[in-house]
Design a protein around this ligand. Structure first.
Ligand SMILES: [Zn+2]
Length: 398
């Protein structure tokens, strides 16, 4: 049975190198892992990812904590027993500290601006999310929340750690009741936020750099906000600015006009698409009139290329032109067959469907007057087409 590891990062999130004393080797979920007598590595918990780093020559690929409070450093291979220099991947850890401390500030801003509680948070490898008890929001409200949160960063307030216990937490105006017992650590952002939290934090709010909300979606009647802090906020700003500026320059527009321009272009494209569709349909109807003759014969068409939608349109237009039935196949890129029969023909196409599916080796379905079937290949599409033609040709005047 393991015992709790002395977690030095709880009082000191800035030590990145120390002399590790390997106390026990074991496994964490089938991977080699070691326990130290004390550690500055942060184990994954409370929605914050674990640290990475090195124990001598050995890479620490993950850090986890077990139910007994023992911290397990997952390693690519076991290090020598005894003392070894340890180092923490500081760029990664500091990034996590920026996201995590930023989350405290942002959650408190939602409380203060909209009286909206944070229900859960997850700090991801690229972006982080908080679920907030809000039914709806708009960008103006988001702007107010961001302004309040970033103001706290610009004032560069020093965070205060308080160690207390279950009886002592009543002294603090916590956003949420603590989920742990025993010694409880309260993180105070003066005149802004008090949270019982075991994560890693920056010393001052200024180190968070910036807090930016990127968007939101509805979940379980609440809103889930995606946000970035610090370096991530700068990187996000960089690629968005580059994309917007490049797109605007390419079309000799001001970037603020780009959205209106895009909307106009999409409207135009949709209108043109509609117009082209109508013209194609008219041309096809005209060519079918010649192909079917007078009085119109059945349509037996095999197209080398096209979509099942093309095949369907040809079949329906043939019926509109007066054909008694139509078997319309396309061979590539996705072989398919559409069979249509005029109501007056009095045949239920669904009785043909099982044999058609067997022949085509594909999937399909439809109504008494219209079937659509996919085929495994062009040969199967041809075979199914021949079958449909033979079946429909019975009792059908040519
Ligand atoms: Zn925290």
């Amino acid at each position: 049975m393991s015992e709790p590891t002395a977690r030095r990062e709880q009082d000191d999130a800035y030590t990145t190198a120390f002399e590790a004393h390997v106390r026990e080797s074991g496994r964490w979920r089938d991977q080699p892992a070691v326990r130290l007598d004390e550690t500055w590595f942060y184990p994954e918990s409370g929605g914050q990812l674990g640290d990475r780093g090195r124990l001598g020559e050995v890479a620490v690929t993950d850090v986890q904590i077990d139910d007994a409070g023992a911290v397990w450093h997952v390693v690519d291979r076991l290090p020598e027993a005894g003392r070894t220099p340890a180092s923490i991947d500081w760029a990664r850890r500091f990034d996590h500290m920026q996201q995590h401390t930023g989350q405290h500030v942002l959650s408190a801003a939602f409380e203060r601006v909209r009286s909206a509680p944070t229900l859960s948070s997850t700090l991801g490898a690229d972006r982080s999310v908080i679920e907030v008890g809000l039914a709806d929001v708009d960008w103006r409200t988001v702007e107010q929340v961001e302004a309040a949160a970033n103001q706290v960063l610009w004032e560069d307030r020093a965070l205060v750690h308080h160690w207390t216990d279950a009886a002592g937490v009543a002294r603090f105006p916590l956003r949420k009741p603590p989920q742990v017992t025993g010694r409880i650590r309260i993180i105070e952002i003066p005149e802004w936020d008090w949270s019982a939290c075991g994560g890693t934090h920056t010393r001052r709010t200024g180190e968070v750099g910036a807090i930016k909300i990127l968007g939101w979606e509805r979940v379980r009647g609440n809103l889930r906000f995606t946000f970035v802090c610090g370096r991530r906020a700068l990187e996000d700003h960089a690629w968005r600015t580059e994309s917007l500026a490049d797109a605007a320059r390419r079309h000799t527009l001001r970037d603020r006009d780009l959205l209106a321009h895009l909307e106009r272009a999409i409207e135009e494209r949709d209108a043109l698409r509609k117009r082209v569709g109508a013209l194609e349909r008219a041309a096809l109807a005209e060519s079918l009139r010649h192909e079917l003759g007078d009085p119109p014969r059945a349509l037996q068409r095999i197209a080398e290329a096209g979509t099942s939608e093309d095949a369907r349109l040809a079949a329906l237009l043939a019926l509109e032109a007066g054909a008694p039935w139509a078997a319309s196949a396309v061979l590539a890129p996705a072989p398919a067959l559409v069979v249509a029969a005029a109501q007056a023909l009095g045949r239920d196409l669904r009785t043909l469907l099982p044999r058609l599916l067997e022949s085509a080796g594909g999937k399909g379905g439809g109504s008494p007057t219209l079937l659509t079937v996919t085929a495994v290949d062009a040969a199967a599409a041809r075979a199914a087409h021949a079958l449909a033609v033979a079946w429909l040709s019975e009792d059908v005047p040519r």
